[in-house]
Design a binder for this molecule. Structure first.
Ligand code: ZN
Length: 430
């Protein structure tokens, strides 16, 4: 019988968190029977969507097209995210698995909305539905018929708008059901509670430990579903994280300075009317876009302003990198002309009015008390733990990369991952 694969992404699970989860009732099995790495290098910006795409595609933003969580939409406080599989410029582990005749499933995994190669798809559509949207319509637009024709109806009452931990609970219930009924060959599951708890409360505290315990409980239910369907002994399991977090002490709103310099125009309500240059926060980094790429005068003016940000140490901008440098150093391309990297304690906001420097707050993940989006060489590395019939016991590998994950999943599923930017973590495999 071919082996099954479960990949559980616990959003914002770090290598450093292993000391907390290694004795939890369900995660314990991963450490007693499996192997792990001392963290994985994330991608830039270290945001959930670019990182999850890296995990499932072995591609940097240049190859995937996913360079931010959100699509560029200057002035829109709630822009659309990269929800759709059609937003991807590359194939995922599930696309290739399907081509190899395997059955596929995904639950709350980002950037998979509407994917036709997933038999059981409950896609993440963060952060929707909003208050005035119909929940069924929103889910029906991104999920597969196999989910919307029965499974959604069984569990939809667990969803409370766009709030956690209800997202995780709904995903877990759908996944358990699909595993029991259909035992898909490969399933990707994403829990976001730990990340949200960190954004709201900080890196380590009682709330964070409780969120880890909640993820442990849901992980235990997924494992039980494999046991109940009689395939547990034949299932390889990976538990991983997507990025680190860094504490935020201040929030810098560069658009207010661009407005003062005549590069952004606002209406009488303070809303964006037009712009020549706009800074789009990616949390601990920021992507600066010029509306007219040929406007040399604006380009020179913007460059001078951005250089000034670095020289003024109260602002907290570590460095400015050009579009060309972002591509060369980080394989990061997208709808921007410059990237600002914050100093360790500074996040970016998109405010157009008010104070240039503000305190962290929980209105938005981008500038809450801890956040991410920083260069991948900073902060905590995401975790990678594996166990199962094809995984060695007790191997501890040095740091790997998110790029190594999809090729390793493919090897466990019995095929080679094409065009990978990483390697199969052979040392962990039997
Ligand atoms: Zn994340």
């Amino acid at each position: 019988m071919a082996k099954k694969l479960l990949v559980l992404s616990v959003d914002a699970l770090f290598y450093k968190d292993m000391e907390f989860i290694k004795d939890m009732p369900n995660f314990r099995m991963m450490f007693e029977q499996g192997s792990y790495t001392k963290g994985m290098k994330a991608v830039y910006p270290s945001l959930t969507y670019p990182c999850h795409v890296a995990i499932m595609c072995s591609q940097y933003p240049q190859g995937s097209g996913i360079y931010h969580n959100e699509k560029l939409d200057p002035g829109n406080p709630a822009p659309p995210w990269f929800w759709w599989h059609k937003d991807l410029k590359c194939k995922t582990i599930l696309d290739y698995a399907k081509e190899h005749g395997l059955t596929t499933a995904a639950f709350n995994w980002p950037v998979l909305g509407g994917c036709k190669n997933i038999d059981y798809l409950q896609a993440e559509i963060w952060a929707r539905p909003s208050e005035n949207e119909d929940q069924f319509e929103v889910y029906n637009s991104v999920c597969s018929p196999a989910i919307m024709d029965g499974i959604y109806q069984k569990y939809q009452h667990h969803l409370i708008g766009n709030k956690t931990p209800y997202y995780d609970e709904f995903a877990c219930l759908c996944a358990e059901d699909v595993i029991r009924q259909y035992t898909p060959d490969v399933a990707l599951v994403h829990f976001s509670l730990l990340d949200h708890t960190r954004h709201a409360n900080g890196l380590y505290n009682n709330a964070v430990t409780a969120a880890m315990a909640a993820c442990d409980g849901r992980f235990g239910r997924l494992v039980q579903a494999y046991k109940d369907s009689g395939v547990f002994e034949n299932t390889n399991i990976i538990v991983l994280g997507d990025h680190g977090h860094i504490p935020v002490k201040q929030v810098f709103n560069p658009n207010i300075i661009l407005k003062e310099q005549g590069l952004i125009e606002v209406d009488e309500n303070g809303r964006l009317k037009d712009y020549k240059a706009y800074c789009n926060s990616a949390a601990l980094s920021c992507q600066v876009v010029l509306k007219d790429k040929n406007d040399q005068q604006t380009r020179e003016k913007v460059e001078k302003i951005l250089e000034g940000f670095v020289l003024d140490h109260s602002i907290g901008v570590q460095e400015v990198i050009t579009k060309e440098q972002a591509k060369e150093l980080y394989n990061l391309t997208g709808d921007f002309d410059y990237v600002l990297e914050g100093c360790d304690d500074t996040a970016f906001g998109n405010d157009l009015t008010g104070s240039v420097i503000k305190d962290a707050d929980t209105r938005d993940y981008k500038f809450s008390v801890t956040s991410h989006g920083h260069m991948p060489e900073k902060g905590n590395d995401p975790a990678f733990i594996a166990c199962g019939p094809d995984i060695k016991k007790g191997v501890v590998l040095e740091r790997g990369s998110l790029m190594d994950e999809a090729p390793t999943f493919a090897k466990l599923l019995g095929f080679e991952f094409p065009n990978a930017n990483g390697r199969v973590l052979e040392e962990l495999l039997k």
